[in-house]
Write a new protein. Sequence first.
Length: 370
Amino acid sequence: MTPRQRLETVFRGGTPDRVPVTLYEFSGLDDHRPRDDAGYAELIAMQREFGETFVHVGVDLGLGLGDPNVVLEGGGDLTQPAQRTTTVATPAGDLTGVSRREAGCITWWQVKPLIESPDDCRKWLSLPDPPCDPDPAAVIDAQQKLGDDGVVLVGPGDAVGLVAGLFHFDQFVMTLLDDEVLILEMLSRTAARLERGLRALCPLIDGACIRFWGPEYAASPLLNPHRYFEKLVVDFDREAFRIVNDSGNFSVLHAHGHLADILDGIAELSPAVLEPLEVLPAATADVTMGELKRRIGSKVCLFGGIEASELELLSPERIDARIKEIIADGAPGGGFGLLPTSAPIEIPLSRRVVDNYRAYFRAAHAYGAY
């Protein structure tokens, strides 16, 4: 099988020739990691030789969020700290956010959020809907360059992810508790824009992944999933997932953290793929891979299972053993792939991390054949 055939087979719940394995968050065809760093260049070369590629492509869906918490990877002098300010002019007054990147780190972190009060929420709500005319050219171009080596992924997020990202999370929670109606109005506005953008884009592309990040904000340990997951995620995301699923593209639900109490809600949304699967014995997990497979594996492709921290801290021998365990629990019956829970962010990338990723790819091939 080609990498693309392998991925599409597991997305549909099938059994390929071997378990797909990927870096997922970056590749040689996007700029999410600095390709001039020897360590990252080596990881990309490994993926080309041993793995399946996801190419992340940005498309303007007319969301108009002005979110300063968007993760901007690479770019500029990574040996120096950097800071940027985002200002959004609204009919009710300006909103200002500040993000910062530390020296030797790829990722930007939010320092001051756009929204810090209910008045700021009302300023944001005063914004008119932006134009919506998504251009599929970047997706189509990436698919042509990628060929059979993998799939293209567009990651707009979901309603709660996009809205919560406008706040520091504690302020989002306090506003939700104090004025739920206000937050629900923001979610409704965002979900409508997202659905509008997906209806415009999805008929123009085929075989791409659309990644909805954000559902974890309404799950344990951040919020009580029994009270909030259906209200903030299922109710607002149902139509967005339907649009993608009916279009010939693949819906991807991204959720870190605890999964046990939200699996029924996830199943109701019917994503093609659930990732990145934090599983026990990880301290952030509350389910085993075997439990995930039993409860939802016949309905959703399970993709993930290895903690990024394991790839940073364990020995290659232990990585080999962990991949063997994960495949044994997740692979039977198909509909399964391997990816880390996140990507490394250090620059330069250490030799230990590079060696552990090599062990990761080798183990996937050693134990992943059907």
